[in-house]
Design a protein around this ligand. Structure first.
Ligand code: SF4
Length: 224
């Protein structure tokens, strides 16, 4: 574990030198981030944003989204894909939150510990570790390390997590080996690396700032 922490710190530093400190878009209220992240499942940011904006334009409030005929929600969020699944799931989460809290304001989570807030979010069907971590980190400013497909792939190649560990399991593991102060930057920079260099099919190892740290890259690609 100590070696993994050292490697995580080295990866974080190299990525900061290479990409600089990343900037996430303006933080959204927690309920907006939750809706956006549910829409993002199995699609890209562009399609997620199109569906989110369409919802915002068609319905004045999240209460209106919650109470609308499901067919209208499905039609509105089509750009995000899997609309027949995401529409009912989104409304169910909004209904459950309303039933429990009497409103859709999630700002009460701010006063909870990270683990209590995570636990609260995870009880809703359709909210997994990644969705919870995104809401915690980006809407509430709490230390959490979301693991998407890019983070999962890149950390696997780097040997930052055990081979075969699922993305769900990797949330807790990566939170152990990265320092909490590094979560935000490391998460975003690993995604960028995964999109631009450590791509799924043919990683561009010779151009990678992490080559010297990466056994996979050294074993599979010659630098020159
Ligand atoms: S050296 Fe290659 S495999 Fe390793 S992180 Fe970089 S691109 Fe990915």
């Amino acid at each position: 574990m100590e070696d993994s922490r050292k490697l995580a710190q080295a990866v974080h530093q190299k990525l900061l030198e290479f990409y600089g400190a990343p900037i996430w878009r303006n933080p959204l209220p927690a309920i907006d981030e939750l809706v956006s992240t549910i829409l993002s499942q199995n699609t890209n940011d562009h399609n997620r944003d199109r569906a989110f904006q369409a919802l915002r334009q068609r319905f004045p409030t999240w209460e209106a989204v919650r109470d609308a005929p499901t067919a209208e929600i499905i039609e509105t969020i089509r750009p995000a894909g899997l609309a027949n699944r995401k529409g009912p799931r989104l409304q169910q989460v909004l209904q459950q939150i309303s039933a429990e809290r009497g409103s859709l304001d999630l700002s009460f989570l701010q006063a909870m510990s990270t683990e209590d807030a995570r636990h609260w979010l995870l009880k809703f069907n359709g909210v997994g570790p990644k969705t919870a971590a995104i809401v915690l980190q980006f809407a509430l400013g709490k230390p959490a390390f979301p693991v998407d497909t890019h983070v999962h792939r890149v950390t696997g190649r780097l040997g930052l997590r055990p081979e075969g560990m699922s993305a769900e399991q990797a949330h807790i593991y990566l939170e152990e080996i990265f320092h909490p102060s590094a979560y935000y930057d490391a998460h975003l920079n690993l995604i960028r690396l995964g999109r631009e260099i450590c791509v799924a099919r043919h990683p561009k190892c010779p151009a990678c700032p992490l080559y010297e740290l990466c056994a996979y890259g050294q074993a599979n690609c010659l630098k020159n």
